[in-house]
Each structure stands twice: as structure tokens, then as C-alpha cells.
Design a protein. Structure first.
Length: 196
């Protein structure tokens, strides 16, 4: 979240929805995240999680280079303040007399579940989620997040969806509006580990 003044959700949501609709044709998948998804009454940044459509060769294999989303942003002359492979940032629309800051997180299909879960929660919730139980967090012994992936005892887990992340952590699914701050007494379930 940026230091920008927060605005009422009802003011930010229509702008975020227009942006989402404009970017959707250039993505395999794109969703609102952050405080908008948590239904917070006030919102700072517009946070999106997206899997852009990659360029392909004649045989349909992905090739390195700008994605369809990159091409669209360039065509619209979007001034990116941050422009990495996994994260982009730019200004869009007007809110309170100035543009909204847009944080665009770009997972792969394999990292979607982890990134979407982390980017939906508040920073306190996300820190709790990736911290070991021994240190007061959610991760059971031997389970850890690394580079957008969840591992159990060094083996990579398949977590393509949010539900897979919670199941791997041995947690009952936590609805987005409840992902604010550490969860003092979360509902625990038997963890299910599906390895990649």
C-alpha cells in the first residue's frame, strides 16, 4: 500500500473495474486483490494479480519477450514506474484529484494460488501466513514459502489455487474480508500436500 490518501471503496471500485476490464483480454487470468478484494471501506492502491498471455512461436510454445499485456500497456503509453517480470506499477484514472497507484502482480499458473493469497491479505496477515508456527505464524513445521512457491520439507507443493495454499498449511479457508492481521486462533484442518 502506498502513502497515498485512502479513498472510499465506492469511489475506487468503478475505476478498478474499468481497468480490470481493459486488461482482461490480454491475460489468461486477472483478479482484484488487496483491500478492494477484502471489501475494506477505504482503499489506497489498486492491486491486481494477473497471468498475462505470453507470445508463442509457430508451434504454440511460449517465447521470451513482451507479453500481450506488455504490448497493450505500451500501445496505451502507460508510464510504468516499476517494470519487472513479476511486478509492475503505474498510475491510472483519478481519485481525489490525482491518479490511483496500480500494483500489478504477475504470477505464473503454478504460483497463482500463493501470490493471490498473499496479495489479498493485509501486510500483517501476509506476514503471519508466511511465518512458521513456532514464530507465531501459520506455516507448520517443515513448510515454507520461497519465491512465490510453497514447499514442504524441501519438496515443491502444487498450489495453483488459494484453497490449495490453505489446505497445504493445514488451515480452513479464510475468506478475503477476514484476512486482516494475524489470525489468533485459526481453524486447523489436516494438511494435504500434493507435490509437483
Amino acid at each position: 500500500m502506498s502513502a497515498n490518501t485512502k479513498l472510499p471503496r465506492d469511489v475506487v471500485l468503478p475505476t478498478a473495474q474499468r481497468l480490470l476490464d481493459a486488461l482482461r483480454p490480454h491475460c489468461h487470468r486477472i483478479e482484484l486483490a488487496g483491500s478492494l478484494r477484502r471489501d475494506r471501506p477505504t482503499v489506497g492502491d489498486i492491486e491486481l494479480v494477473a497471468i498475462p498471455i505470453a507470445r508463442t512461436d509457430l508451434f504454440g510454445a511460449p517465447v521470451k519477450g513482451p507479453t500481450a499485456l506488455d504490448a497493450f500497456l505500451a500501445e496505451k503509453s502507460v508510464a510504468l514506474t516499476k517494470n519487472g517480470d513479476r511486478y509492475k506499477q503505474f498510475a491510472y484514472g483519478k481519485g481525489g484529484g490525482r491518479p490511483h497507484v496500480v500494483d500489478l502482480f504477475l504470477p505464473t499458473p503454478a504460483t497463482w494460488g500463493s501470490i493471490f493469497t498473499i496479495r489479498t491479505g493485509s501486510w500483517e496477515f501476509s506476514r503471519w501466513l508466511v511465518t512458521s508456527q513456532a514464530a507465531g505464524g501459520a506455516c507448520p513445521e517443515g513448510v515454507a514459502f520461497t519465491d512465490g512457491r510453497l514447499y514442504a520439507h524441501g519438496r515443491r507443493l502444487a498450489t495453483p489455487e488459494e484453497a490449495d495454499v490453505f489446505t497445504a498449511l493445514g488451515l480452513a479457508y479464510i475468506e478475503p474480508p477476514l484476512r486482516f492481521g494475524p489470525i489468533a486462533d485459526p481453524v486447523r484442518v489436516s494438511p494435504i500436500w500434493n507435490f509437483d
